[in-house]
Design a protein around this ligand. Sequence first.
Ligand code: PRP
Length: 190
Amino acid sequence: MSGGSGGGEAALHPDVQEVLFSEERIAARVRELGATISRDYAGAEIHLVGVLKGAVVFAADLMRRLDVPVRLDFIAVSSYGVSSRSSGAVRLLKDLDENPAGRHLLLVEDIIDTGLTLQYLVATLRARGPASLRLCAFLDKPARRKVRVDADYVGFTVPDRFIVGYGLDYAGRYRHLPYVGVLKPSVYGG
Ligand code: PRP
């Protein structure tokens, strides 16, 4: 480690070939989403449920753009592996800390890909008797969809490319990048 560069724009990560959404564009969109969601929930308290780990960055930014009361909770799920994922097998790794019954749940995801994670989460959470349940996804990749999922709020629709950053990882890395970028194929052997 050496000294800082003295501020300014962070250099593009060497494993990233192109920026899809810059930090500034993301901030503007998150601000818009926050305003829309705040209007829709006027007079209510949101029980914001972030889906670990990918949604952490988006959830943290979005909640600071809400001007209605917010409670924060997290849930974690995992698939049983690539082959079983296609069968829809998702398991709960970490449940909510608080009972969602009677609350206005806003499920916050980083990306909807096949839709299997959200399908499982919606079924699981609906069974707990929330007052309402809505979905907010930062990114939507419709080309990969296997099951129908209707998100109430979407940040951006993305093409079927290998993207990382702003919470999204590849092999556990790149979540901290402040932008969404396309990973170089040489990194994942594509
Ligand atoms: C990713 C992402 C969503 C899910 C979307 O999570 O965060 O939760 O996949 O994919 P789907 O629509 O095909 O179900 P991942 O399992 O990679 O875990 P992570 O959030 O910890 O990165």
